[in-house]
Design a protein around this ligand. Structure first.
Ligand code: HEC
Ligand code: HEC
Length: 210
């Protein structure tokens, strides 16, 4: 049996790694300025091919970290994001992820849907919600992304890249293998049409408070 003071010290030591792992919101807010040049502009598009820059405000922190690591390590190819993520340390990635994850939208939003049939997508989505949660809004693990309210064209491009293996991720590679072009478009329309926390974090509205 340890004396009470010693037990307190052990408890404090045990708490330190947790505090570090959570990322620093204020530092993340400062770093995020660069990112907002694209992720903070509503309607901003990737050029070739053309699709909306994904919403990252309100996304799961552990997923944001995983995505940034994947760009940095070239498991996910995208010249701009590889350049952005490649020069970030693990700590900077944690701070940025904590910051974007902590942002809340003024109102829950849907994404842009230009094509596809959300109703057909809803039927096909049974398999997906087992991991991404009801309506794609409540993933079952911290490193699984929210899909609800993301832009449909971004979701579709990403699903095609999982299917072709251009983005390497064992789970999503095998899931996407079984999807036709039609199913990809309909599923993307369905998840984009669901209201969610995902939003474009606006410049000048940076907040270090969750
Ligand atoms: C020049 C524009 C630009 C800048 C600056 C930029 N991004 Fe991106 N970001 C993009 C585009 C375009 C994509 C979609 C890339 C793809 O198709 O994989 C993206 C994708 C992402 C994703 C993946 C989202 C998802 O749902 O999988 C994350 C995370 C991300 N960016 C974080 C950041 C962070 C953090 C910064 C700042 C350090 C940043 N980005 C700076 C354009 C930019
Ligand atoms: C077994 C769990 C699981 C199932 C089932 C699953 N996913 Fe995923 N999904 C994941 C994980 C984990 C990731 C993160 C992959 C990564 O880090 O690249 C992901 C990522 C994604 C992304 C990328 C999101 C973004 O912001 O870039 C899309 C789109 C997606 N899934 C759609 C689907 C669809 C559509 C289905 C159903 C056909 C589905 N998923 C089924 C676990 C799953």
């Amino acid at each position: 049996m340890l004396p009470a003071a010693m037990r307190t010290v052990f408890l404090l030591l045990a708490a330190i790694p947790l505090a570090v792992a959570a990322g620093d919101l204020a530092v993340g807010a400062e770093r995020a300025e660069t990112c907002l040049g694209c992720h903070g502009v509503k309607g901003y598009r990737n050029t070739y091919p053309s699709y909306y820059v994904p919403k990252i405000g309100g996304q799961q922190a552990a997923y944001l970290e995983a995505a940034l690591a994947a760009y940095g390590e070239s498991r996910r190819a995208h010249p701009t994001m590889a350049a952005q993520a490649g020069r970030l340390s693990e700590e900077e990635i944690r701070d940025l992820a904590a910051f974007f994850a902590a942002q809340e939208p003024a109102v829950r939003q849907v994404g842009a849907v230009q094509r596809g049939d959300p109703r057909a997508g809803a039927e096909r989505a049974e398999e997906c919600i087992a991991c991404h949660g009801e309506r794609g809004d409540a993933p079952i693990a911290p490193d699984y992304p929210k899909l609800a309210g993301q832009h449909a064209d971004y979701l579709a491009v990403t699903l095609k890249r999982y299917r072709s293996g251009e983005i390497r991720h064992d789970i999503m590679n095998s899931i996407a293998e079984g999807l036709s072009d039609r199913e990809i478009v309909d599923l993307s329309a369905y998840f984009a049409a669901q209201e969610g926390d995902l939003h474009t974090v606006r410049r000048g509205r940076l907040s270090a408070a969750p």
